[in-house]
Design a protein around this ligand. Sequence first.
Ligand code: FEO
Length: 395
Amino acid sequence: MKATEIKPDIFWVGALDWNSRDFHGYLIEKGTTYNAYLIRDDKTALFDTVRQGFKSDLLHHLHQLIEPEKIDYIVVNHVELDHSGCLPEMIELIKPEKIFCSPMGHKALLEHFHRPDWPYEVVKTGDTISLGRRTVKFIETRMLHWPDSMFSYIPEEKLLISSDAFGQHWATSERFDDEVDPGELMAHAAKYYANILLLFSPNVQKLLAEVEASGLEIDMIAPDHGLIWRRNPGAILEAYQRWSRQEPKEKALIIYDTMWHSTEKMANAVASGLLEEGINSVKLLHARKNHRSDIMTEVLDAKALILGSPTLNNNIMPAMADVLTYMKGLRPKNKVGAAFGSYGWSGEAVKHLSERLDAMGIPLVAEGVRIKNVPAHETLKDCVELGRAVARAMR
Ligand code: FEO
């Protein structure tokens, strides 16, 4: 790959990771990128580095532009190791005059690398530095994605280097939003939001309000993962407004597992009830056939979460426990819920599923439906009725 000029004398110098498939339990089916940026000016600054194992890519791109030893500053917008894994080696090589980081970044760098001797320069929201023709304005963005996270804004270029925010896990040779299919791009951005930032939605709301109030002019957003928003940065800002409000669509998910297809028959009957009551967007998501992170992407704009599991050893199926543990951590809001399941003798699964919904603050709209062994036509009517009840509660 090659260094890519994104604005005059500002370059993408990151690395493509075509082969990673797992990011802390999130299926990144098309790999990812670790974006780093270089501004060449009177002072030359490198914004973030890359994950360990990708240093040669970063160096390959830097060498196309400058001898790395001539870089003056390193800006650490985010300390998570996908951006700082190569930082110690790069500091060793570059010997930067200054390393800019947020107050929490300073703390995190010390706790990760144990190098109090590095030339830190702690910056806060509103602080600026001059590189010569360009200025860098720092904006702390706590919890987007870690406490240390910050943005770097270049006012002369209306460029926002946005760290994890507005990213996508997608390895591509293209660097800009206008070079790829916009639907696929937004789908990757939505999956990224649902699986990484959803729980920080209140912080996203606050940040977007601050950005709007500050009158910051933005004509390019360069995140640390995925494509750079050049054609229409407003599209991703608008999407973040929508996703962070967690306003659901009229869409129901039936998330279930099944042992001998009895709970699956119940799932289909629940779907019939939803459809009969006029809900057109209904998805059945088998917990062992859909990855937890793809289920979360569907959860992002769903109104109803209807959970189904047979009873296994007095409990729920392990794949359901996996999905629900993951989901709870991401704190979905503005949903309604219900539970169902078949059982052989003890039948605790519906109670457990109901408790899981309750623990997520998702109200149950009707009593759960339990069916012993294999459902019959008559007992399936209870599942249809459950679907109808959920549909009515969705409006
Ligand atoms: Fe891409 Fe929070 O690191």
